[in-house]
Design a protein around this ligand. Structure first.
Ligand code: MLC
Length: 511
């Protein structure tokens, strides 16, 4: 049964049970499984009336809200492609995604109307933009009110496992971001493996504190709970105190976060006074979990974090066990249905246990390819069909995997991926920047922070503030360099390539 079929079954099985609760400062909106199904069907009617057909892209640049969930599910149920986008993208980044994806519809918050209207020539390659006032759901319900659930109730839930239903943009070491196409089969394989590994139950209560526009918050957390017929309590944004209070008051059983979130949780005043004994699972992913954080979390809350490993292109791959040893520094063993091998990077020959090499993976969870990028798709896989993760690691003789770094230049800040090249491209647009290099430096709060090393043009007076202002205009907040260093020269190798590792070695330990 596919994820969407399972969800529909859950909606008819658990009719009166709460599926979602959205917590606002001014109150809580509860949605039963029956209401979720009815609203999804109405939304499908609305989208169909707007002309959305199989394979069309529907872009969601919305803050975390219930209409996001309805639009996402309704789009996929129609056989169309849900395209979640970070609501913080400035016009420059947003414009690229919209152009590349050629979305039929864009749903955006009224608050970003000025950003969108500032785009030269209007919103690119989108047939229509629908602005929603996401402060209240009334607005959305008024929009779909003309559509009866019966209108789309007879439509078959998509059966084609190879059809794309979700597109997530990911960056790379070169070029512009690419849309990773995930299929119904991928979503189903991912959620089936996690359901089994973490033993999701219908009486689980998930506290949802992550953004919805990424694989972690969407596919692992939200889909996981819906697939199990469980209840999800959604907080619109992460606030450590509110999270701990809600976790206790609502007797939540599952929490998922990134290391930057877990660090904030342990640093909350009187953290250890919160009784989390009813919580059965707290997971960590999207970034390496430092050993000290792993240990401090256990001493603070009496809970051993379960670290797991995944990517946008693959969904979840490896996980520490629900029962058994959650090994510090390790991401655990491959999930059911996922094959993992370690290869020698140049020859791609499999390596014996204990040897460090590139992590390559296979399974029904691995994405179909990059949107309209056949060459990049081909380059992402080995000739025999293994996906090259770009991560470096080793396998212990007992099957546990440990990640040791990356073979690509990737910075992970607060669980978000940043590729140096995309920041360097923006820096190069500044008239007073002669050359630049961007590196990630370790940071106790964010894991890594983005650091820009810049050679200013002679005869210009370049300030850090000017660089920050420039970057904020073109890049979403977590990509904006937190440290800016002016230099007269950059170290290059004999081919003229900037030596990032050398810069990291020289500059990262300095404040
Ligand atoms: C916010 N800021 C960041 C940042 N997030 N800086 C660096 N890195 C980040 N990740 C900056 C803001 O610009 C702002 O600065 C200041 O920090 C405070 O912003 P904030 O929004 O109030 O921060 P906060 O709410 O504390 O957010 C922190 C966070 C958030 C950890 C909750 O970053 C987050 O939700 N991260 C999760 C990301 C995630 O879901 N990744 C999954 C990817 S999927 P200023 O100067 O503007 O005031 C994936 C696959 C997998 O990777 O395996 O899961």
């Amino acid at each position: 049964m596919t994820f969407l079929q399972r969800l529909r079954t859950n909606c008819s099985k658990y009719t009166a049970k709460t599926a979602l609760e959205f917590v606002r400062d001014d109150g809580v909106t509860a949605v039963t499984y029956q209401q979720l199904e009815d609203t999804t069907l109405r939304t499908m009617g609305y989208l169909r009336a707007k002309g959305v057909r199989e394979g069309d892209r529907v872009a969601l640049q919305l803050p975390k809200c219930l209409p996001f969930v309805y639009l996402h599910l309704a789009t996929m149920r129609l056989g169309a492609i849900s395209l979640p986008l970070n609501p913080g993208y400035p016009a420059h980044e947003l414009s690229y995604f919209l152009q590349d994806a050629e979305a039929r519809l864009l749903f955006a918050d009224t608050e970003i109307r000025p950003t969108l209207t500032a785009l030269p020539g209007g919103v690119p390659a989108v047939d229509e933009t629908v602005f929603l006032d996401t402060h209240s759901d009334e607005w959305f319900h008024a929009l779909i009110a003309g559509h009866n659930p019966a209108e789309c109730a007879g439509l078959a839930v998509p059966q084609d496992l190879t059809a794309t239903c979700l597109m997530i943009y990911t960056s790379g070491t070169t070029g512009r971001p690419k849309g990773a196409e995930l299929t119904h089969g991928n979503l189903t394989a991912n959620i089936t493996a996690l359901h089994q590994a973490w033993q999701w139950q219908a009486d689980d209560v998930l506290l949802h504190i992550l953004p919805l526009f990424h694989v972690h918050g969407l596919l692992v957390a939200l889909h996981g709970a819906l697939n199990a017929g469980a209840m999800t309590i959604l907080l619109p944004r992460f606030d450590p105190e509110k999270a701990l209070q809600t976790l206790c008051a609502r007797k939540c059983t599952i929490l998922m976060g990134v290391p930057a979130i877990h660090r904030r949780l342990i640093n909350t005043p009187d953290a250890s006074a919160y009784d989390l004994s009813h919580v059965r699972l707290i997971t960590s992913g999207s970034d390496r979990l430092p050993d000290d954080l792993f240990r401090k979390f256990t001493t603070t809350f009496g809970h051993v974090l379960l670290e797991r490993y995944g990517m946008s292109e693959t969904g979840m791959l490896i996980s520490n066990p629900l029962h058994g040893e959650r090994r510090v520094g390790s991401v655990g063993r491959p999930l059911p249905g996922v094959a993992v091998r370690i290869v020698q990077p140049e020859t791609e020959e499999p390596l014996p246990d204990g040897h460090i090499g590139e992590v390559q993976v296979r399974g029904d969870n691995i994405f179909k390819g990059y949107w309209r990028q056949p060459e990049k798709t081909a380059a992402a896989f080995t000739p025999d069909g293994w996906f090259r993760t770009g991560d470096v690691g080793l396998r212990e003789p007992d099957g546990y995997f440990t990640l040791k770094g990356r073979s690509r230049d990737l910075i992970i800040s607060g669980g978000y991926n940043v590729y140096p090249s995309e920041v360097e491209l923006v820096l190069a647009e500044h008239p007073a920047v002669q050359a630049s290099a961007v590196i990630g430096c370790p940071d106790s709060d964010w894991g890594e922070i983005v650091v820009a090393i810049i050679i200013p043009h002679p005869q210009t007076h370049l300030t850090r503030e000017a660089i920050t202002t420039h970057c904020r205009a073109y890049l979403v907040n977590y990509k904006v360099p937190r440290r800016i260093i002016f230099v007269e020269d950059l170290p290059r190798n004999s081919l003229g390539k900037i030596q990032r590792a050398k810069l990291q070695h020289e500059l990262c330990s300095q404040p």
